[in-house]
Write a protein that binds this ligand. Structure first.
Ligand code: GTP
Length: 319
């Protein structure tokens, strides 16, 4: 069954592709088989991470970016990661409606993924879905996240180019950028530049970059700042050009290799830790683990020794 699906996916069948993504998301054994079979067909897609607070206009922006990429004849994939919290429950529907017009285009594949299961689960599912879309023939894959949780930042960090979307007048937003997203952004977007305060935000970001000079100088790339109005086309081509420019920088400087190495490393680590957790669960069982945790709580054993015991028993080696 898998071989048939993979064959259809490789010839551009969207339904087979969707089915394969569902399988890699939900079935560890099948994921293993699918990825090992399609892996030789991957490695061509350019990955762009798009992150920013809810409502910044990421989906609207993506809708327009897809259009520009399609004009250049690129096959485009989108993986929208929706945090499944009651507060953002509508996001999924919103994404779908906004990007719907592209859904009949064979050159565009849009997929939403929900945050669920274990922490490593989402990172692994995203990495696997990227590979399926890469093998499908996507030239560029956008991975959209609401940049709030660490896991989402980790996912977006593995992209080739990271785009951070902000909007004018969000003072707290700038604080959040300072707090952790600053160093991973290659392109800053001030969307909703039709609103008051865009220039002030531009000024603020620019100043921040000047202060952080040492950091980006080390990387050899001064992050670009682009103003956009995603509801029209204003600034969209500038954004696309900034992404392309960053890509040229990565390819010209050899940084792209370092990025790919980092991504592969993160992926393998995620798989290893996922497997170890599973083995621990299988070999010890919940009861034994909670009894050890109980001992830690009662100060009968320290956390390191408890971890040693668990790993020794699970892996059968002294650690
Ligand atoms: N005035 C103005 N409104 C915009 C612009 N871009 C997007 N919007 C509006 O802002 C709202 C949110 O846009 P979305 O694209 O849903 O934002 P998002 O960041 O994807 O939000 P989530 O999907 O909830 O994470 C929508 O009503 C858009 O029409 C813009 O440049 N200017």
């Amino acid at each position: 069954m898998l071989d048939g699906l993979i064959e259809r996916m490789l010839t551009g069948d969207k339904r087979a592709t969707a089915r394969l993504i569902t399988l890699v998301e939900n079935d560890e054994e099948k994921a293993r088989e699918i990825i090992s079979k399609i892996y030789p067909h991957t490695g061509n897609a350019y990955i762009v991470g798009i992150t920013g607070p809810p409502g910044a206009g990421k989906s609207t922006l993506l809708d327009k970016l897809i259009r520009v990429a399609r004009e250049e004849g690129k096959v485009v994939g989108v993986i929208a990661i929706d945090p499944t919290s009651p507060f953002t429950g509508g996001a999924l529907l919103g994404d779908r409606i906004r990007m719907q017009r592209h859904s009949t285009d064979p050159g565009v594949f849009i997929r939403s993924m929900a945050t669920r299961g274990s922490l490593g689960g989402l990172a692994k599912a995203t990495a696997d879905a990227i590979k399926v879309l890469d093998a499908y023939g996507c030239d560029v894959i956008f991975v959209e996240t609401v940049g709030v949780g660490q896991i989402e930042i980790d996912i977006v960090k593995t992209a080739d180019t990271v785009v951070l979307v902000t909007v004018p007048g969000l003072g707290d937003d700038i604080q959040a950028i300072k707090a952790g997203l600053m160093e991973i952004a290659d392109v800053f977007v001030i969307n909703k530049a039709d609103k008051e305060g865009a220039d002030a935000t531009y000024f603020e970001l620019n100043m921040m970059l000047d202060l952080e000079k040492e950091r980006w100088e080390r990387r050899g790339w001064r992050p670009r700042i682009v103003e956009t109005v995603a509801t029209t086309m204003r600034g969209i081509r500038d954004l696309w050009n900034a992404i392309s420019e960053h890509r040229e920088f990565l390819e010209g400087s050899g940084e792209i290799e370092r990025k790919r190495q980092f991504r592969a490393e993160e992926e393998v680590k995620t798989i290893v830790s996922g497997r170890i957790s599973r083995i621990v669960g299988e070999k010890l069982g919940e009861e034994e683990i909670s009894s050890l945790i109980g001992m830690v709580v009662r100060r009968e054993i320290d956390p390191y020794s408890a971890a040693d015991r668990i790993l020794e028993k699970a892996l059968g080696v002294k650690v």
